[in-house]
Design a protein around this ligand. Structure first.
Ligand code: SAM
Length: 181
């Protein structure tokens, strides 16, 4: 299942931490990359550093034109899921999204906002999905969507080429350090 997160409305002066967390959650829970509709090289650098150390191939692309990305995604047959508290409840729509994602070459763009999301996005989305119909956080909404989509399997994913790897322990901390040759 190929999933890319599109982050809209990022304001570099106030959203850096939350947008970084959107990327980190996307990476940790099975997305392939994050498109950021704003110029913020710092976010790209910090998530790329995490990927270098902790493995996988997660990409971050900043400064994208969200309209063009959405249009070309849809043109290539990709589906779009917009996370919004105004949408249909996740429990109602997740079986349909999962079924779509099982089809050959299925790919899903998950759109999350920061400030007010343009109505155009609501119209372009195949699904406007609410993770409860209460206001909360794009980080939490993304995490729960990815978890419901993968039915928990993403929590056991192995990240390739990791320099750092945690050995799960009941108590204490153990990290295997493997430098690339
Ligand atoms: N005030 C903004 C508006 O009216 O569109 C939304 C701010 S909210 C903190 C930022 C983002 O979190 C939203 O664009 C949405 O992607 C996500 N979000 C917040 N609550 C959500 C919910 N209950 N379900 C799904 N996504 C949610």
């Amino acid at each position: 299942m190929e999933i890319v997160v599109l982050r809209l409305g990022h304001r570099p002066e106030r959203d850096q931490r939350v947008t970084t967390h959107v990327g980190l959650v996307g990476r940790a829970l099975g997305a392939k990359g994050m498109l950021l509709a704003a110029n913020d090289q710092g976010i790209e650098r910090s998530i790329t550093k995490v990927t270098k150390q902790w493995g996988g191939n997660f990409f971050v692309k900043t400064g994208v034109n969200w309209r063009a990305e959405l249009a070309s995604w849809r043109q290539s047959g990709g589906k779009v899921c917009h996370l919004t508290m105004y949408g249909e409840n996740i429990l109602e729509v997740i079986p349909e999204i999962r079924a779509e994602m099982k089809k050959e070459n299925a790919h899903l763009m998950v759109v999350v906002g920061a400030e007010k999301v343009p109505f155009e996005v609501f119209e372009a989305a195949d699904w406007n999905v609410a993770v409860s119909n209460q206001p909360h956080s794009e980080v939490a909404a993304l995490a729960l969507l990815l978890d419901h989509l993968h039915e928990g399997r993403e929590l056991k994913a192995v990240f390739e080429h990791a320099e750092l790897q945690i050995v799960p322990k009941k108590r204490g901390k153990e990290v295997i350090v493997t430098k690339r040759v």
